[in-house]
Each structure stands twice: as C-alpha cells, then as structure tokens.
Design a protein around this ligand. Structure first.
Ligand SMILES: Nc1ncnc2c1ncn2[C@@H]1O[C@H](COP(=O)(O)OP(=O)(O)OP(=O)(O)O)[C@@H](O)[C@H]1O
Ligand SMILES: [Mg+2]
Length: 458
C-alpha cells in the first residue's frame, strides 16, 4: 500500500489531511509535526510520497528539502503552502520538490498530484534499472568462434558461487573476464575487489588478504579488514595467483576449505561469502611440477577453469578490436576519429601478438594514431616490429639507417618486450634480462629514453 507522510506543524490540519487522503486516495498516512520528526520517519519508514508544509517553526520545509537532497533521497515531495509565496515555492522546486499545491486545493486534485509524482518515480526507477541492464553488457569485444565460446562459458559459470580459475597469456583479457563473471553473477551490485598477488610484498600478503587486528604486528596501528572481508557479498579477484608465496598459498587453501578467515592477531573467525575468481598467465601445471604452486590449492581454485584464447587464435577479432581502440583513444586524445586503411588493418591481422595479445594491439593502435598526422592511419604508421613481425634488421625501416640507430632500436624493443612480459615490473624485468638490479635497468631505460609511461610499459 502507498504510504504518504504529511508534515505540518499545525496538528489538526495534518490530521485532517491524513484523514482525507486515507478516505479519498486509499493511502496509508503518517504525520509529522516538524522537520526533524519528518526526517526521522523518512529514515525509518518506507514512505512513498511526502506532503510538506513550507512554513514551520524550527526546521522549515526548505531545510527538510535540503537535507533530503543531501541524502539523495528518491522520495517525491510535494510542498504545500498556505501563504502563496511564489518565491519560496520556486525555491522548493529548485531543491528537488516534485510540485506545489495550495492548502486550499480540493482533495481530488491533491490525490491526482500524488499519483503523478508516484508514476514519475516509478518511471525513473525503471529507467535506472534499464540503464543498469544495459551496463551489464559485456565489455569483451569480438565475435570469433573462440570469443563466442568464451562468452557462453562466462554466462554458464557466472551464476555459480564456486571458484573460477581464469588462465591465458598476458594481455588476453583475463581481468575483463573476471569483471564479467562478477557483472553476470548473483551480486552484480556488490563489491569487486581486485588483488594483484604479484604486487604484494611478501610480508604484507596475509594482512592484505585476511586483515589484521590492531597491534597484530609492528605498524598495525588500527584494525583493518582484508580483501576477503571487503569482498563480502561480491567478488574477490586474485590476479596473478601464480605469484602468491607458498606460505600464503597454504593459508588461502585453508580459507577456501573452511569458508572463514581470522584476521592476523585476532581469534574470532569471520565467515567468507565472497565469490573467488583467480587468474594467472603462468602454466600452473609447470609451477606445480617445479614445487612453486600447491597442487591442492590448484584443485580448489580450478573448479571452473576458463581459458582465454590468445589473440592469434582469433585473428578475425582484430578489426573489431582495432576499431574499438581507435574510437576510444581518439576520444581520449580529443581527436576526430581516424580511419584505418585496409592495408594497415591487414598488417595488424598478420602479426601474431604473442608478446602481449590484446594489450599489445591496443598499444600499437595508440602509437599508430599518434604517428598518423592526417585522418587516415596508413600501413606506414604500423609500428615497425608489427609490420615486420619483430624482425627489425630486414624490415623496410632498416635501409639507410646507421648501425647505432638500429642497435638502439633493437635494444629498445628487447626492453619494451621484456617489460611488457613482466607487466611493467622493473625488478622482475631486470631479473629476466640478467641485469644486476632494477637500478641498472632504469639506467638503460633512461639512456634509450624509455619512460615507464611509454606505451607497453605500464
Ligand atoms: N576482448 C576484448 N575486448 C576489448 N578489450 C579487450 C579485450 N581483451 C582485452 N582487452 C583489453 O586489453 C587490455 C588487457 O586486458 P586484461 O588486463 O584483461 O588482460 P590480462 O589477461 O588480465 O593481462 P595480464 O596477464 O597482463 O594481467 C585491457 O586494456 C583490456 O581492456
Ligand atoms: Mg591482468
């Protein structure tokens, strides 16, 4: 039943109104004698519409409206006034009141006014539901057979609360898949909490995941919830799970088995109801064989495996992806949307994108947009390593250039590739390249003028 709240400091008037509204509109009616009481009732009762007197001692109607505006209250308010002060009524409308009526207005008109207000609120909420549903559309571009299969798999697995393990090469879209699993899951409006296991210092992994009580360790100045608690009624995305140190793997396994955590330094178990999605670009079988990943944890996580196909296995998606990136990047740079010449697209489709898949394609497109002065992106704007599939020296770019230039370019490419492989992680890249430490890598990067924000170096 519709619940109307009448706010008027003159009690007999409010009572009379309430009586008439019950009789003529069939509403349930509450009354409040002042602004404060009105706000209290609004906070506690499912009020559908408010009839609000503007002139009240203490907190007047305009102040009530301001308070409701601050709270973002969706309840429609109709102000009524006995003084006929036009200015105050306009001010009320400006503050979000739905309409105003005169206290002397016949009751059927008032009922009509309430009904229109309710109808408008209903439409509003319908629009926002539709918007939300539209927002639920996938952000994964591509209609290749592999992508269609991937989307079907996401749709099938998303509503199930068990853990999902998303695997695939670097830059294939694992994070987008994780977000879709959340979006199409049972609690799309709940939190999505991403944790990059590779970026967590080993000493902090456990407190990040499970939280800690105040004083649990030096520096734990206050109690803090961990990612598991933050993801309550939502999704915890454990990215790069293959990088989780072994002791943390053991703890994680226990949590998944018991469905409860205990904060560091605490003794009270807290139930875990977050959906767990883990992702890795590592070959976990090989990691298990090498003793770096626990097999029992692997089986816990791998209830529903989703493999994201590499871009070279879905070349037919390249045009749609490139188009989406051109649109997005041009808009971000404030440029008119550039066209892509068929020959340029052809080159993009021939490249194998092994290094960083969709992310690599996006970075290449960004460089091409910058390189193209005019409205059209030509084949000549395709980055040399893409045009020649990584073979710098025999590419068209090699002719007439000095040895020094070519050498620097090759070095640049080696570094950018290695950085990309390591997600821009400087220490890990240095290690991979056999450099002494991250400072040596930074020095070379400076010499070659590679900034960490360069495309490909995230
Ligand atoms: N199918 C797709 N449609 C549109 N954009 C995509 C698609 N796949 C990936 N991308 C984009 O490519 C980039 C890389 O995707 P994402 O971060 O999800 O990859 P990842 O597999 O998690 O990579 P990594 O292993 O390096 O963490 C992002 O900018 C993402 O928006
Ligand atoms: Mg990722």
């Amino acid at each position: 039943m519709t619940l109307v709240l009448v706010v008027d400091d003159v009690a007999p008037l409010a009572e009379q109104y309430a009586y008439d509204l019950k009789r003529m509109g069939g509403y349930e009616v509450l009354t409040a004698g002042d602004g404060r009481r009105a706000l209290e009732l609004l906070a506690g009762a499912p009020v559908d519409c408010v009839i609000l007197d503007l002139e009240m001692p203490g907190m007047d109607g305009l102040e009530v409206l301001r308070a409701l505006e601050r709270k973002g209250s969706p309840v429609p308010v109709i102000v009524y006034t006995g003084t006929g002060s036009y200015d105050r009524c306009t001010e009320a409308i400006r503050l979000g009141a739905y309409g105003f009526i005169d206290k002397a207005e016949p009751m059927p008109r008032v009922v009509h006014e309430i009904e229109t207000a309710l109808e408008r609120r209903r439409l509003r909420s319908e629009v926002s539901t539709l918007r939300r549903q539209l927002g639920r559309e996938t952000s994964l571009v591509g209609s290749s057979a592999a992508m269609v299969q991937l989307r079907e798999m996401i749709a099938r697995v998303a509503p199930v609360p068990s853990a999902v393990l998303v695997t695939g090469e670097s830059g294939t879209g694992k994070e987008l898949v994780a977000r879709d699993l959340h979006r199409f899951g049972p609690h799309p409006s709940g939190p999505f909490v991403p944790i990059n296991c590779a970026a967590l210092p080993e000493s902090l992994v456990e407190s990040e995941l499970f939280g800690h009580e105040r004083g649990a360790f030096t520096g734990a100045l206050a109690t803090r919830k961990g990612a598991f608690e933050a993801a309550e009624r939502g999704t915890l995305f454990l990215d790069e799970i293959g990088e989780l140190p072994l002791p943390a793997q053991a703890k994680l396994l226990r949590v998944l088995e018991d469905r409860q955590i205990t904060r560091l330094g605490g003794n009270r178990p807290v139930a875990v109801d977050a959906r767990i999605v883990a992702a890795t670009n590592r070959d976990l079988d090989a990691e298990i064989a090498a003793g770096r990943f626990r097999e029992d944890l692997y089986f816990r996580l791998n209830v529903h495996p989703i493999r994201v196909p590499p871009l070279r296995d879905r070349v037919s998606d390249v045009p749609a992806l490139a188009d989406q990136f051109v649109t997005g990047i041009c808009a971000r740079f404030g440029l008119r949307k550039k066209k892509m010449a068929p020959e340029a697209l052809e080159l993009l489709m021939r490249h194998d994108w092994r290094r960083n898949n969709v992310r690599e394609l996006r970075n290449a497109v960004e460089r091409m947009i910058i390189a193209a002065d005019g409205d059209t992106i030509q084949a000549g704007h395709v980055p040399v390593e893409v045009r020649t599939s990584g073979k710098v020296a025999d590419g068209p770019g090699a002719a007439g250039r000095s040895f020094q230039d070519l050498k620097a370019e090759a070095e640049r490419r080696i570094l950018i590739e290695a950085l990309e492989r390591n997600g821009g992680h400087v220490s890990r890249t240095a290690q991979e390249l056999g450099l002494a430490d991250h400072a040596s890598l930074l020095k070379i990067m400076r010499r070659l003028n590679i900034r960490r924000a360069d495309p490909g170096v995230s």
